[in-house]
Design a protein around this ligand. Structure first.
Ligand SMILES: Nc1ncnc2c1ncn2[C@@H]1O[C@H](COP(=O)(O)OP(=O)(O)OP(=O)(O)O)[C@@H](O)[C@H]1O
Length: 226
């Protein structure tokens, strides 16, 4: 599943947030790092079309994020920084099922798909729980389950370990490691992405390093210390 940025940049109200860049992503685990406000989330949101390019274009598996916006949304799942904002229905099982409605599935097929994803993430015990009662780590996994159930080819997680304790962090890390989907993770938690296939470093709205995690992380540390 190739993700291609072709001279693609982004601006908000005429102010450049991301300088035009050309890059193709096809690795299975991709990390995105950089200081606050460096353009990481903007870059990630361009992949699912939430942010449309002000110049150039972005394609996912050959689909244009502007012209084929709906198809791209079906291919790219996004787990936001605050997962509670994307859980719509109060009970976890219902919330996961909600995302599968309008797909021509029978009630029993939806129930089976919900069960399958709960088992896959080892969170079957959360099925009947209320979202507002869950811990941060449980919420993160529940949001991931709801997105995974819809069968995306690409998953984007925005700071998935933010505010998690060590136990929940390890749980989320292990879950990410086991995902078969192409997974793009924005993170300030450098240990989380140190074994990824590729890491992109943004600075001031520019892609300034792109390569193996060890090299990119060293560059980030130099940049942060400067
Ligand atoms: N919707 C928007 N409207 C206006 N400006 C925006 C919008 N989204 C982002 N920006 C600006 O674009 C720049 C890059 O922001 P972005 O959210 O991509 O950074 P980031 O690297 O993800 O930051 P952080 O680590 O703090 O989450 C910032 O200057 C930000 O203020």
């Amino acid at each position: 599943m190739d993700i291609r940025f072709q001279d693609a940049g982004a601006a908000f109200a005429g102010k450049t947030a991301l300088q035009p860049l050309t890059v193709t992503l096809h690795e299975r685990r991709i990390g995105i790092i950089g200081l606050n406000g460096s353009g990481k989330t903007t870059f990630a949101r361009m992949i699912n079309g939430l942010v449309t390019p002000s110049t150039g274009k972005v394609t996912v598996g050959g689909l244009d994020t502007v012209k084929d916006a709906k198809a791209v949304l079906g291919k790219v799942g996004f787990i936001f920084q605050n997962p509670q904002n994307q859980i719509i229905l109060p009970i976890i099982r219902e919330d996961i099922a909600f995302g599968l409605k309008n797909r021509g599935l029978s009630k029993s097929e939806i129930a089976a798909a919900v069960d399958a994803v709960l088992v896959r993430l080892d969170i079957a015990h959360l099925a009947g729980r209320r979202a507002h009662e869950l811990s941060g780590g449980e919420l993160q996994l529940a949001a991931l389950a709801a997105v995974l159930a819809t069968g995306p080819d690409v998953l984007i997680l925005d700071e998935p370990t933010n505010q998690l304790d060590l136990k929940n962090r390890a749980r989320v890390e292990k879950t990410i490691a086991g995902l078969k989907e192409t997974t793009i993770v924005i993170s300030h938690d450098l240990a989380l992405i140190e074994n990824f296939d590729r890491v992109l470093l943004f600075d001031g709205g520019r892609l300034v390093a792109d390569g193996r995690p060890s090299e990119t992380i060293v560059r980030y540390r130099e940049l942060a210390a400067a």
